[in-house]
Each structure stands twice: as C-alpha cells, then as structure tokens.
Design a protein around this ligand. Structure first.
Ligand SMILES: NC(=O)C1=CN([C@@H]2O[C@H](COP(=O)(O)OP(=O)(O)OC[C@H]3O[C@@H](n4cnc5c(N)ncnc54)[C@H](OP(=O)(O)O)[C@@H]3O)[C@@H](O)[C@H]2O)C=CC1
Ligand SMILES: O=C(O)C1=N[C@H](C(=O)O)C[C@H](O)C1
Length: 271
C-alpha cells in the first residue's frame, strides 16, 4: 500500500478548517491525523466529522497541538497571526511542513516566522488559489508595461466576518503591482481614504475593502487612465480553491528542505 501524507488541521471548526478537513478526507494522497482547536473550545474531545455534521472520521479534536504535530508530516494552518507563530514553533520542533494561509500578519509577526523556517518547511501565501497566484504575475506584467498615467487601484470584497483589511490577497496584488513598477509598496500605498484627502497622488497604489454578507473573496486590480480602464479580476465562488492550493502545497513541501516558500514556488510560477 502507498504511504499517504499525515496531515493535521488547525482551527478545525473554522470556515477554512472545515473545508480543508473535507478535502483531506476525500484525498487518496493524504490522511487526516489531527484536528486542533484551542483549549475550552466546544469541539475538543469530540469526533471532528460528527462536529462537522457528518459521520465519524475517527479523529478526535484536540487542544494538544504539540502532540498532533509530532504525529503529522504536515500541518495546514488557517487561523490567526499569534496562533500561527505558536504553530510555527511546534512545526519547527517536529521538523514538518507548515502551510500557512493566515492573513493579517504584521511585519514583526512575519519576521517572527523566520527562525522556525530553519527547521520547518514553511509555505505561506495570502491566497492559495491558482487563479490569484496567476493574477499576481499578470498584474506585475501589466504594471511594468504602463506608466503612472495609469492609476492602480485594488478593490477587494469579503464576507462580514473577515477581521483583517486589506485582505492578504489585495496586499499580494499590491506587491506585484509595485514590483512591476519598480517601487516599494510601502512608499506608494494609499489605504483608507476619508474626508478631504486632496487629489490622488500620481504613482500611488490605492486599496479599498468592501465587507458584506457571505462574499467568499473578490479582487479587482484597476489601471485607470484618461479615457480607458483595464481591470484584472478574480472571483472565488467556493473556498475549496484555497483549500486545494493548500493541499497541493503540503504535498509539494514534503521531503523538501526547510525554508520559507510561497505558492508561486509550489505552482512553478516564480520568475
Ligand atoms: N491564504 C488563503 O488562501 C486564505 C486565507 N484565509 C485566512 O485564513 C484565516 C482563517 O479564515 P477563516 O477560516 O475564514 O476564519 P474562521 O474564523 O472561520 O476560523 C478561524 C479558526 O482559527 C481558530 N483560531 C483563531 N484564533 C486562534 C488562536 N489564537 N488559537 C487557536 N485557534 C485560533 C478559530 O477558533 P475559535 O473559533 O476558537 O476562535 C477558528 O477555528 C484568516 O486569516 C483568513 O484571512 C482564508 C481563506 C483563504
Ligand atoms: O478571510 C477570507 O475569507 C479570505 N482571506 C484571504 C485574504 O485575506 O485575501 C483569501 C481569500 O480572499 C479569502
């Protein structure tokens, strides 16, 4: 019998946690060996499949992340910044693959992952879908081809439970646009306009965040000039696009040297 990849999922009860568990369970390349929630969560001690409203999967939700990661080849983690840093330490201790989908991480929080990337194989991206990662490359090319007569605006829309803005994807697209233009995003980023803002500064990259209902994730990169607009758009209509990318990353990372990677590496889209 072929060996499958043993996978633990953090934030098991979350929107992405449940999507991931469904897909891992359906995969013939992976086996779900751990489902993690924090201490005191109502799911701890229960079968994860039953908690998801289906049949038993034979995996009990645990709050002992260290033990769950010690038994796994990979952990897939879509939670929150501080939790992700703690899981990175445990993944490094276990020397396994850590797929990180968590967004809203500050510069300092991202820097805190670095020492763990010496022992774990970290694959992190603000969006794990093939479509968005391809869109970052297209954005970079279009931005490189156009001058600052074309104002770049990134507009994102998400469900009303999302806690961070701009989205991780919007920031990836902003970084790609800035790279195409040969500038640093931090120097040209314009977020949160309100009141008498003054005219738009040429060369800025603007961000707008819409929050409402159950929108899964929509991103436009607009290049607006006098007389015309180019709009590159990605619409996610099912969370499985993110989860499928994360599973692909876990399989790609297994057996690979420790270090920090992204989805462009996984998908072979790096320049
Ligand atoms: N990279 C990508 O492709 C994608 C990234 N995301 C990102 O993934 C993250 C999760 O999104 P989503 O599933 O919608 O969010 P949810 O709120 O539905 O789920 C988050 C899960 O993480 C758990 N969690 C939160 N904080 C902690 C903590 N400190 N310790 C342990 N567990 C914790 C929550 O548990 P509890 O209920 O106890 O709080 C919950 O189970 C977000 O950052 C989101 O932006 C989402 C989709 C795609
Ligand atoms: O929180 C979400 O839902 C999503 N988060 C990611 C982001 O911040 O870009 C990816 C996707 O858009 C869904």
């Amino acid at each position: 019998m072929t060996q499958t990849l043993s996978v633990a999922i953090t934030g098991a009860s979350g929107r992405m946690g449940q999507t991931l568990i469904g897909l891992v369970n359906a995969s013939d390349k992976m086996t779900l060996t751990g489902a993690i929630e924090r201490t005191g969560h109502a799911w701890v001690g229960q079968d994860v499949g039953e908690m998801m409203g289906g049949g038993a999967l034979g995996v009990t939700v645990t709050d002992d992340a260290a033990a769950a990661l010690a038994d796994a080849d990979a952990v897939i983690d879509f939670t929150a910044p501080q939790a992700t840093i703690a899981f990175a330490a445990l993944a490094a201790q276990a020397g396994i693959v850590h797929v990180i989908g968590t967004t809203g991480m500050s510069e300092d929080e991202i820097a805190a992952l670095a020492p763990h990337g010496e022992k774990a194989t970290i694959i992190r991206a603000g969006n794990m879908s093939l479509g968005v990662n391809l869109l970052t490359q297209l954005t970079k090319r279009v931005a490189a081809a156009l001058d600052t007569d074309y104002d770049i605006e990134i507009i994102e829309a998400h469900h009303n439970q999302k806690v961070d803005a701009p989205s991780g994807t919007a920031l990836m697209l902003g970084e790609a646009a800035a790279e195409g233009r040969g500038v640093k995003l931090a120097d040209v980023s314009d977020r949160g306009r309100d009141g008498i803002t003054g005219a738009r500064k040429s060369g800025d990259i603007g961000f707008t965040a819409i929050r409402g209902g159950d929108i899964i994730g929509e991103h436009d990169v607009m290049f607006a000039a006098a007389g015309e607009r180019i709009i590159l758009r990605h619409v996610a209509s099912d969370r499985s696009v993110f989860a499928r990318g994360a599973l692909k990353a876990a399989l790609w990372g297994h057996g690979r040297a420790a270090g920090q990677y992204d989805m462009l590496d996984v998908l072979g889209l790096s320049d």
